[in-house]
Design a protein around this ligand. Sequence first.
Ligand code: GRF
Length: 208
Amino acid sequence: MSAPDNQRKRIAVLISGRGSNMAALLRNDCGGDVVVVGSNKADAKGLDVARDAGIATFAISHRDYADREAFDAALVAALNEYQPDLVVLAGFMRILTPVFVNAFAGRLINIHPSLLPSFPGLDTHERALADGVKLHGCTVHFVTPELDRGPIIAQAAVQVDDEDTPDTLAAKVLTQEHQILPYAVRLFCEGRLAVEGLRVRTRPARGG
Ligand code: GRF
């Protein structure tokens, strides 16, 4: 069961590390409430940030499960206890199987540190520098079973400068991630996203 249209949406966030994107969701009004933050790592720094903000947390280790499907099923069950309208992957460093993706189809989004469809997968900043691109950035997209390939909700670009290193580029991109993730979540919570194939159209705000 999820919140009726006129109620604030219930947002679940999954993280694996420091959780700065999750914190950006707490800082900004994204049109909903983060009701739980989960992780595959009990020592993820972001879990402390969430707990300090009074948010429920859980950790489930993938090491305790025989295979990806079993881990994903446990994750689905843990999230469903909080009846989320939206699940946000914010630096969640696990490849998810259809068991998970299908359970939250249409209400599962991810933030990825590149301008997709360029540089799916890992080490995006190193690869962007190696390929000599002049623009790099980040993407928020709906998650589908194909890795980093779902309908794109929002993107932001940064300029790649001659002196950039993977670390400086990551820092520039991260600043943009903190802008577009709350923005994309707000669009979702306001019911303004219409998906047609790989395209996502944004409907005007009510009264706008
Ligand atoms: C972000 O760059 C995100 O795009 C990537 O991992 C990083 C997570 O950072 N997938 P944080 O945990 O949100 O600070």
